[in-house]
Design a protein around this ligand. Structure first.
Ligand SMILES: Nc1ncnc2c1ncn2[C@@H]1O[C@H](COP(=O)(O)OP(=O)(O)OP(=O)(O)O)[C@@H](O)[C@H]1O
Ligand SMILES: O=C(O)c1ccc[n+]([C@@H]2O[C@H](COP(=O)([O-])O)[C@@H](O)[C@H]2O)c1
Length: 205
């Protein structure tokens, strides 16, 4: 399963677990992106932070592993390279690539899409707010998974607004975010809210 995982959340983990059970997979390899080129207009956390959060989130499941292939490859991340690298490392494996409905809807814009179909079987999973469409292709399976209305965007916004992300992401990931101060509001916003609190005459502190 490829993703930016900024941060990894329970929507990713439930989707992976459901696909593994349905297709009898021996292993689910989580592959955090290095440079997600279709998110280049957004600020994305350092690959090493995203990789480590993915390791923490998956550590307790013996079938879940994390690959560094995309994090270690320089340049924009393309799934064609991800699948070639995984194929080289596991020459005898049947590869399945797991995508949420939103990612699957964009797949025709991915690099070398015509060749991509031959490297893996694609599994599209449901995601609240997105239409699941396999485009009638035989090499795409569709799977309904328990609805988890969680997104990394929402998790980041919650942290920036000092709202909890407990139970949206694994406990270790909550602690990792706090330890490294990820997703904090920009300094200007922090300063102005700190000033507002201090200047508030009603404040009892
Ligand atoms: N709640 C969810 N349910 C099912 N699939 C999901 C869910 N969240 C993400 N996915 C899928 O997981 C893969 C990786 O997603 P990604 O890391 O971009 O997370 P995201 O929550 O979509 O992030 P962001 O909000 O930053 O765009 C994609 O294929 C995406 O469709
Ligand atoms: O290959 C591409 O051109 C391509 C374009 C956009 C996304 N992807 C892959 O789709 C997966 C989900 O991406 P994202 O950005 O939604 O986290 C991840 O593995 C990306 O590398 C791949």
């Amino acid at each position: 399963m490829g993703g930016t995982f900024d941060p990894i959340h329970h929507g990713h983990l439930v989707a992976a677990s459901e696909v593994a059970a349905k297709f009898g997979l021996d292993e689910v390899v989580f592959v955090p992106t290095g440079q997600p080129w279709q998110k280049s207009s957004k600020k994305v956390s350092e690959p090493e932070h995203r990789y480590l959060m993915t390791v923490i989130a998956t550590a307790s499941n013996p079938r879940f592993t994390v690959s560094r292939v995309d994090v270690d490859r320089p340049g924009p991340t393309y799934t064609i390279d991800t699948l070639r690298d995984l194929r080289r490392q596991r020459p005898d494996a049947d590869l399945f690539f797991i995508t949420g409905a939103d990612a699957l809807a964009q797949i025709l814009s991915w690099k070398d899409i015509d060749e991509l179909w031959s490297l893996a079987h694609f599994v599209g999973v449901t995601r609240p707010g997105h239409e699941l469409d396999g485009m009638g292709r035989k090499d795409v399976s569709l799977l309904t998974v328990p609805a988890m209305a969680i997104s990394s965007t929402d998790c980041r916004a919650r942290v920036a607004a000092h709202n909890p992300v407990w139970y949206l992401v694994p406990d270790g990931v909550v602690q990792y975010i706090a330890k490294y101060g990820l997703y904090a509001a920009p300094p200007a916003e922090q300063t102005s809210s700190a000033l507002t609190e201090t200047d508030d005459p009603a404040s009892t502190e």
